[in-house]
Structure formats: structure tokens, C-alpha cells
Design a protein around this ligand. Structure first.
Ligand code: TPP
Length: 360
């Protein structure tokens, strides 16, 4: 008998992570992103299981979902590209692409944008690329065709100086046309050194460090009051935690039990002028958040699987906000830029060429 695979089944096949994840969390993610009822996806997952294209255990012997060998074959045929070991296929403006390739391309875009502009926070942008990619490509419920969709998840780039990384991701997701990216920091361009809410997909204007978590608290509180079910994510710098306003916001979020709020600290260990621990020590950082009433966990912030696991764990937290201390490397991905060397340094033509070569 000739069998065909429907669109929902293709979506499921191409969204099975290469990392351990439960079938329910995968289907829930697809349901939220593509606005397909969970029950429809569950039925289709069951069919894929019967076709022997995916495998997962049934409760109580539950196990993570994975593609079978046949499933992987079909999935590759369907999307026409080899999935990488680094993660699942993600939907981009140009169709489904392997996450690992997308992330490399984002780093290349950030390098090109900052080189073209002649200024920008390169190290801080590169350290945050993986986190932003996972949020916009996998985790968040949003719709590039309808940026102001009321029930979308919200994102606040509190460390606003990493704007080039945000613009690169927003472009890949379909919000910003790629030909505008190279206007970074040009007079008259929307794409300034810090994000502005005029830009489709940008939920908060930021740049003055210390304010983003307060904005996120307001958004999460509003979502609770509206009953919209949307989540709010805030990306903070570790040096930014020197700002007292962060800790006022942390108290407020815990006071209101904002379990729809997740903060992510880009713990790259450096601020503008040196090591965070030398300028104002913060360790043990997770314990500090816990003492403020937050669920706190650590993750490898440059490992997509680790970030996704932590974000999924935050979804399960109830009654309090959650924070991920994402251990990252400033300048991540380019050997000679890692550390604080390219905090504010712009690559010259030679350096750009070398850096891009490392990402091939
Ligand atoms: C209120 C405020 N003070 C100073 C600055 C200037 N500034 C821009 S980036 C930066 C360092 C931030 O360090 P961190 O939060 O660790 O982020 P990283 O660049 O390491 O990712 C500073 C002080 C600012 N943007 N806002």
C-alpha cells in the first residue's frame, strides 16, 4: 500500500531534537509555534511511531523521542539537507535548515555587520548567539508574519549592546530583511547599536544596562493578568548584574510568583574593563538568585542542547520565576577573539577573513 506523509507529520519529523527530549515537550513546542492543536500532533506522532519513523516509550517506561534510522532517512529526504549532530532542523526565512549551520551563519553575519559598521560589541554578541538562536528558532512562541501578535512570547535583550546578534537572529527568523543588516549603526538606519521597539520583532528598547529585568517583570505580570499564557525571556549580562535595579526587579518577580518569567544570565565572565569576579564578585551566583526566591540552574550557554534543556526545565517551574546561569565564552566561535580581546574591538579586513574561515 502506498503511504504518504502529511504536513503535520513532516513538521514532527523535522523537529525531533538530536538531544534527549520528551515527545510531549516536542509536540507542545510545535503546537505553540505553528498553532496546531496538541491532540492533532499526538495523533500524528502515534502514526509516525506505527510507521517506525520515530520511537518513544509509553508511560510508565517513558523515554525520550528519537528518529529511527528510517525516520532519519525520510526526514533528510523531506528537508533536503543533512541534519547536523548539533541539533534539530529549524525553520528559517529560507526553509528548514540544520541548527548548527544556522548558528554558524549567525556568527558570520555578526562579524560582517560589525566589520562593516566599524564599531560594535563583538565579543558580547558572539557569546549570546546560541542563546538567541535557541529562543527564536526553537523555544519562543512568535510569528514573524505578525510581530505584534498579542499572545506571543516576549523577549528583552537587557544587554542591549549585543544588538547585532539579535538583528542577525531576527533576520534569519524572517523579521528583518537581510539586505538591511549591513546598515548597522548608519545614520537613518533602524538598526542602531542598541535595539529599538520600532524594529519588528523587538519587544523592548534597551541599552541602558540594568533595566531589562524590570521591563520583563511588567510583561510577565501583564500576561498573568490577561491570562494570555505567554512567557517572557530576559537576557542579562553578568557585569550588568552590578546594577541594583536588577535585584529590585528580582524581588518583585519572586513576590508576584512570576513563573512565566525566565531570566538568562550570559555568564561570559567579563564586563567592559575586565573580569566580573575581579570588579565586583558575584559567585556563588545561582545561590544569590535562589535566596531571592528564584529557581536557578546552570547551563552551557554555548551548547544548544544544554540551553534547550534548561529552558524546558524552566517551563516546569511553578510559583516562582526561573533563571539560567548560562556559562558562555565572550567572542565564542573564533579562536583569536575568545576572551575579552574583542569586547569593543572591530575586526579589520584580515581579521574578518580569518574569522570567517574558522566558521566554514
Ligand atoms: C547603565 C549603563 N552603564 C554603562 C553602559 C556601558 N556598557 C556597555 S556594555 C558594558 C559592559 C557590560 O558587561 P556585561 O553585562 O558583562 O556584558 P558583556 O558585554 O560581557 O556581555 C557597559 C558597562 C551601559 N550600556 N549602560
Amino acid at each position: 500500500m502506498l503511504r504518504t506523509i502529511n504536513k503535520n507529520q513532516v513538521l514532527i519529523l523535522t523537529n525531533i531534537p538530536r538531544v534527549p527530549a520528551s515527545i510531549t515537550s516536542v509536540l507542545r513546542g510545535i503546537s505553540r509555534r505553528h498553532k496546531i492543536p496538541l491532540s492533532t500532533l499526538k495523533r500524528n506522532a502515534q502514526i509516525l511511531k506505527e510507521f517506525n519513523l520515530i520511537a518513544y516509550g509509553d508511560p510508565p517506561n517513558f523515554s525520550g523521542v528519537e528518529l529511527t534510522e528510517l525516520g532519519r532517512f525520510i526526514s533528510n529526504l523531506t528537508v533536503g539537507e543533512e541534519p547536523t549532530v548539533h541539533g534539530n532542523m529549524v525553520q528559517t526565512r529560507s526553509g528548514f535548515r540544520p541548527l548548527g549551520t544556522v548558528i554558524k551563519d549567525l556568527r558570520k553575519t555578526v562579524l560582517r555587520m560589525i566589520a562593516e559598521a566599524g564599531s560594535g560589541h563583538l565579543g558580547a554578541s558572539l557569546s549570546a548567539v546560541d542563546i538567541l538562536a535557541i529562543l527564536y528558532m526553537i523555544k519562543m512562541k512568535h510569528d514573524p508574519k505578525n510581530p505584534s501578535w498579542k499572545d506571543r512570547d516576549r523577549f528583552v535583550l537587557s544587554k542591549g549592546h549585543a544588538a547585532p546578534a539579535l538583528y542577525a537572529v531576527l533576520s534569519e527568523a524572517g523579521y528583518i530583511s537581510p539586505d538591511r543588516l549591513m546598515t548597522l549603526r548608519e545614520i537613518g538606519s533602524q538598526l542602531q547599536g542598541h535595539p529599538d521597539m520600532e524594529i519588528p520583532g523587538v519587544d523592548a528598547s534597551t541599552g541602558s544596562l540594568g533595566q531589562g529585568l524590570s521591563i520583563g517583570v511588567g510583561m510577565a505580570l501583564a500576561s498573568k493578568m490577561d491570562g494570555s499564557g505567554s512567557r517572557t525571556y530576559v537576557l542579562l549580562g553578568d557585569g550588568e548584574l552590578n546594577e541594583g535595579q536588577i535585584w529590585e526587579a528580582a524581588l518583585t518577580a519572586a513576590h508576584h510568583g512570576l513563573d512565566n518569567l525566565t531570566a538568562i544570565v550570559d555568564r561570559n565572565g567579563y564586563q567592559l574593563t575586565g573580569r566580573t569576579e575581579e570588579i565586583k564578585a558575584m559567585d556563588p551566583l545561582a545561590d544569590k538568585w535562589r535566596s531571592f526566591g528564584w529557581e536557578a540552574m546552570e547551563a552551557d550557554g554555548n551548547d544548544p542542547a544544554s540551553i534547550l534543556d534548561a529552558l524546558n526545565a524552566c517551563d516546569l517551574t511553578t510559583g516562582k520565576p526561573s533563571v539560567i546561569i548560562a556559562m558562555t565564552t565572550k567572542g565564542k566561535g573564533i579562536s583569536f577573539m575568545e576572551g575579552n580581546k574583542y569586547s569593543r574591538k572591530t575586526p579589520d579586513a584580515q581579521e574578518l577573513k580569518r574569522a570567517l574561515k574558522e566558521l566554514t
